[in-house]
Design a protein around this ligand. Structure first.
Ligand code: S3P
Length: 177
């Protein structure tokens, strides 16, 4: 196993926020695959979805994931749908510890509402965000569970406390303490 920690989980689960803290604690590089997709595509994710469709986004996401998982000493924050492709999951698990960040659906709905329009999969329908979240979680929950090595609930703890817990559990897995 390479020295990386990958964060997976639903939109709003805290992957980027916790990931930044975690990278800082470890002195590792922070990599956000959504940001890299945007850089390579030359536009925002909502624009990419609108212009080229979800499949084009997924192809770019896989390309980026396969590239970044070759590196070491990085915290990798993934997009919420990264677990939808088996090759993504295999690359993440081969690269290091895969941490599933969960949160109560109400908490997820509140967090995603803070950045309206940024998540094309939650803004396209007539349904309330919470209804969409519950439906998507029913489908994706088992995939996140299967993809991860450990699970951490982010509903009611600070990013710093969560990052510290992940460091502890990472060190334990590696037999460091
Ligand atoms: C997606 C989650 C988003 C982004 C894209 C698709 C998903 O990332 O990759 O909008 O399928 O769940 P975040 O989880 O960082 O919001």
């Amino acid at each position: 196993m390479l020295d990386n920690i990958a964060l997976i989980g639903f939109m709003g689960s805290g992957k980027s926020t916790v990931g930044r803290q975690l990278a800082q604690l470890l002195g590792w590089h922070f990599t956000d695959t959504d940001s890299l997709v945007e850089r390579v595509a030359g536009c925002s994710i909502p624009t990419l979805f609108m212009r080229d469709g979800e499949m084009a986004f997924r192809d770019r996401e896989t390309e980026i994931l396969l590239g970044v998982t070759a590196g070491e000493r990085q915290v990798i924050a993934t997009g919420g749908g990264a677990i939808l492709r088996e090759e993504n999951v295999a690359a993440l698990r081969g690269a290091g510890l895969v941490v599933y960040l969960t949160a109560h659906p109400d908490v997820l709905a509140e967090r995603v509402s803070r950045r309206p329009g940024q998540r094309p999969l939650l803004t396209s329908g007539e349904e309330p965000a919470l209804t969409q979240i519950l439906r998507m979680l029913a489908e994706r929950g088992p995939l996140y569970q299967k993809a991860c090595h450990i699970l951490v609930d982010t509903s009611d703890r600070s990013p710093r406390a969560l990052a510290e817990e992940i460091v502890r559990r990472f060190q334990k897995q590696k037999g460091i303490s």
